[in-house]
Design a binder for this molecule. Structure first.
Ligand code: ADE
Length: 367
């Protein structure tokens, strides 16, 4: 990193008073100018409609922008309005969420859409306080929707914004009442006249320049007000565990079919009581992840939360299924052309996509 002037010198309150310029005001202007020049061109940007912003913000929780774009486009094409979403069966909503993970978000979004259709005439409330009453909309999402769609002056505090504010102020993790201080600082720092752009600029800055590792301080629009300037403590990265898992690919010819795409695959539905991905469809799990080289059809890596799975897929004949797989949820032979529209787990979709078993139009972008 290039050598920078001491942040404390720049922040001297006498200098500020002498210059007569409100320090936050200058920083806000700098941030907004940076955002105007550098904001990413994303499909939900410029949307007037609060439903589109709602969907994008829910998808963006815990998920990278790059992974969201295609899913967002497909979702909005199928469910262009709250009413269209409310009218859809849950299975279809989950199927379009496939690959994004954290399916509870999709279930809550769907539930809230039904409530909006039934109780609010299909129109999402405008005020953040009203939005917060809907399932799945917490302080962050309510502030994002209300500020971006309606200009309500409420500050968004997600993980990225929190990091930016902590670095600006020189606050470290573990300090007492940190979250409350961050929220108060965010509220004071917000530009009330440009709340939507300001909030998006803060999130964007945190996601791009003020990244957890290797922040780009030299080109940061908030450099003049930053107390740490790259000299912050970095939280250690959570250690990923590695685990091997085997999946059974059982295919058979569809009964009574003579030609065309006539294969079906054995899928298993995760029980509704599961905390992770309840109700989603996956390939049956093999009793042993040790798959002999001659049986191996595919080997893929798949990360779920803090675990890196080394997934080995082997072909299993219809009559071997019982002996080779672990009994789990309900199983069903599903025609391949139907499989793509079921709510598959990200891993099942990845495997079927890599093996070119899904109809081309419904393949996902492998993640
Ligand atoms: N992350 C989540 N929502 C965002 C938004 N609207 N702009 C930039 N980054 C985001």
């Amino acid at each position: 990193m290039p050598k920078l002037p001491s942040p404390r010198m720049k922040l001297d309150s006498r200098d500020r008073a002498a210059s007569g310029v409100d320090h936050d005001e200058a920083l806000r202007a700098s941030l907004l100018a940076w955002y105007a020049a550098n904001k990413r061109d994303l499909p939900w940007r410029g949307a007037e409609n609060s439903y589109a912003i709602w969907v994008s913000e829910i998808m963006l929780q815990q998920t990278r922008v790059a992974a969201v774009i295609d899913r967002y486009m497909a979702f909005m094409e199928r469910f262009p309005t709250v009413t269209a979403l409310a009218a859809a069966p849950e299975e279809e909503v989950l199927a379009l969420w496939s690959g994004l993970g954290y399916y509870r978000r999709a279930r809550m979004l769907h539930k809230a859409a039904r409530l909006v259709a039934a109780d609010y005439g299909g129109i999402l409330p405008a005020a953040s306080a009203e939005l917060r009453k809907l399932p799945g909309i917490g302080a962050y999402t309510a502030a994002a929707i209300a500020s971006i769609a309606h200009g309500e002056p409420v500050a968004v505090v997600d993980g990225n914004v929190e990091r930016v504010l902590c670095r600006l102020a020189g606050w470290e993790e573990g300090e007492p009442a940190l979250r409350r201080r961050v929220e108060e600082r965010a509220a004071r720092f917000l530009d009330p006249k440009h709340a939507g752009d300001f909030n998006q600029a803060m999130m964007e800055m945190g996601a791009t320049l003020c990244a957890p590792r290797n922040p780009q301080c030299a080109i940061c629009p908030l450099l003049a007000g930053c107390r740490t300037r790259g000299e912050h403590k970095t939280a250690p990265r959570a250690k990923m565990q590695s685990r091997a898992v085997g999946c059974a690919l059982a295919l058979r010819k569809r009964r009574g079919r003579r030609a065309g795409n006539d294969a079906e695959v054995l899928l298993e539905q995760r029980p509704a009581a599961q905390t992770v991905m309840p109700g989603l469809w996956e390939l049956p799990i093999l009793r042993s992840a040790d798959v002999a080289a001659e049986d191996l059809r595919l080997r893929v890596r798949h990360a779920i939360m803090q675990v890196n799975y080394d997934v080995r897929v082997r072909a299993v004949g219809e009559r071997e299924v019982k002996a080779l797989t672990v009994a789990g949820g309900r199983r069903r032979w599903v025609p391949l052309e139907e499989a793509a529209s079921l709510p598959l787990t990200g891993l099942a979709r990845k495997i079927l996509t890599r093996l070119r078993l899904l109809p081309a139009a419904q393949r996902s972008q492998p993640r």
